[in-house]
Design a protein around this ligand. Structure first.
Ligand code: AMP
Ligand code: MG
Length: 500
């Protein structure tokens, strides 16, 4: 059955669409396309409740709504305009080529959230693309974005996944799907670039005012609210990218159109988590130069934020030289901001509550030993939590390293340092470490297994199991111990691909 998109009587959302009230050059109105035979794979009921949605109505009408076949009452569907630097090259017009913003709701905490369909058909920005998404990337984004949330890292969320019953044509013919994404907003660095590239300073200002209102209302009364906005975005991105490094996350495609102004992680295309630690790790098949390698992420963050600063220059000061000087001061502080967040988190990971000058070196030498001995990033830190009591857990920790001598020597220095980190019992220290060092991350081989079963056999049980395990990443879940394990040699995933 196919419902006409205007045959809407379903009202599971109380929409309040502020973006649709912005000037018309911000977006293009666009209804979703029809899907042949939609089927609801997954509805995130907890998130739906958090958003204040009518869960029963969504269980009933979810296939139609989340496929795009039924536009719910109050929605004002549109595709957002944006530009972006892709791998360093500027593209003045990108925009939502396969995403349609249904509208915004105010959640139970009073936060405005976007509800967006990804893969619901072509828009004014589709260029040669079909506006569709394949099932694999949809499941991948569902798994990873929800895992990030459970890990405590700002990220867009997954509200639903729907199978369209329609094939999509890539290198192979694949089953089609639509992903429903929830975001604090979908405004990107590239959204600012869109207006700046057209010399539309009024557009940049209107966007900045909108962003301050929506994401940074506390900055409204500052002397120079636009400069304060720039500082605030730099601060959130510095904090976010530090969190990525703490859990071994590689975004994979940190183009300026994939960097949010809200500070949420967005676009889980070729992203992946590190198994064996190496700072140069790259998974994305299209990142041949390693531009977005694990350890390059803080620097690329700064590069992207410099591009944001350029778009805001006319708002910082009417004197161009003065404006540039102000922007430079902010962007130069980014490195320090990042380092503070990164070091604070790394101290927590190795169980330190106090600060000493030698801590950075201690952390770096652990990372060096991990790199030299191909230690699994996640297991190293989780097992270190259990090595707090001398004797206990040490052997297991050391077994993470191929050749354990360096790690053994490091453990000695670490134990020494702990004796000067006073004021906590061993049990408290262990608990604090376990709360920041996950046992479970969405390992690439597990994601691939879940996707293969779904795509090849329409078996979603691995997808469901993975979601269940990853919902509690910091808890020991003995029944799922196998999900902690790194891939066996034959299970290793060496490359990940964009969802396009
Ligand atoms: P992404 O790699 O997801 O960040 O997308 C980069 C750009 O390509 C965005 O403007 C997308 O809207 C567009 N795009 C990606 N896939 C498709 C598709 N299947 N159809 C149309 N546009 C697409
Ligand atoms: Mg994108």
């Amino acid at each position: 059955m196919t419902l006409a998109s205007n045959a809407s009587t379903s009202r599971p959302f109380s929409f309040d669409n502020s973006y649709a009230r912005l000037p018309q050059q911000f977006f293009t109105r666009q209804d979703p396309s029809q899907a042949a035979e939609p089927w609801l794979i997954k509805l995130n009921e907890l998130l739906a409740e958090e958003l204040g949605l009518d869960v029963e109505a969504l269980k009933r009408d979810g296939a139609a709504i989340f496929s795009g076949n039924l536009v719910p009452e109050g929605a004002d569907p549109l595709a957002m305009a944006y530009a972006g630097h892709q791998f360093g090259s500027f593209v003045p017009l990108l925009g939502d080529g396969r995403a349609i913003l249904l509208g915004e709701v105010i959640d139970r905490n009073g936060q405005r959230r976007d509800i967006q369909l990804k893969g619901a058909g072509q828009t004014a920005y589709s260029r040669r693309g079909d506006g569709r998404a394949a099932l694999g990337p949809v499941l991948r984004e569902y798994i990873v974005s929800e895992a990030m949330y459970a890990l405590g890292i700002p990220a867009t969320r997954a509200l639903a996944a729907v199978s369209t019953g329609q094939p999509v044509y890539r290198e192979n013919i694949l089953p089609g799907a639509v992903f429903t994404r929830v975001a604090a907003s979908h405004i990107r660095v590239g959204t600012f670039q869109f207006f700046a590239a057209r010399g539309d300073t009024d557009g940049v200002r209107a966007l900045a005012d909108y962003v301050i209102d929506r994401h940074y209302p506390e900055l409204k009364d500052r002397d120079n609210p636009y400069l304060a906005l720039y500082e605030a975005v730099c601060e959130r991105q510095a904090a976010l990218i530090a969190r990525w490094l703490h859990i071994g996350f590689i975004h994979g495609v940190m183009n300026t159109d994939n960097m949010t102004i809200s500070g949420e992680t967005i676009d889980f295309g070729p992203c992946a988590f590190i198994d064996e630690y190496h700072p140069g790790t790259v998974f994305s098949s299209i990142d041949q130069g390693g531009r977005y390698a694990y350890a390059n992420q803080p620097g690329i963050g700064q590069w992207n934020l410099a591009r944001l600063g350029e778009t805001l220059l006319p708002l910082f000061d009417t004197d161009a030289e003065k404006a540039l000087e102000l922007a430079n001061t902010v962007i130069q502080q980014y490195g320090e901001r990042f380092q503070i967040h990164w070091l604070r988190g790394m101290r927590e990971k190795i169980g330190l509550a106090t600060v000493e000058d030698g801590d950075l070196e201690l952390i770096q030498s652990l990372l060096a030993a991990m790199q030299a001995q191909q230690a699994d990033f996640t297991l190293t830190f989780r097992r270190l939590s259990d090595a707090v009591t001398p004797g206990d857990g040490e052997a297991l920790f050391l077994s993470t390293f191929r050749e354990p001598d360096g790690a053994r020597e490091w453990l000695g220095r670490w134990c020494d340092r702990l004796t000067r980190d006073e004021g906590r019992t061993e049990a408290d220290r262990r608990a604090a470490m376990r709360a920041v060092n996950p046992a479970f991350i969405p390992r690439n081989h597990r994601i691939e297994q879940a996707i293969s079963a779904a795509v090849e056999e329409a078996d979603f049980s691995l997808f469901e199991a993975l979601l269940a395990v990853l919902a509690k990443p910091y808890e020991d879940q003995p029944a799922f111990a196998a999900y902690m394990e790194p891939p066996k040699p034959e299970e290793r995933v060496l490359q990940t691909f964009c969802g396009t």
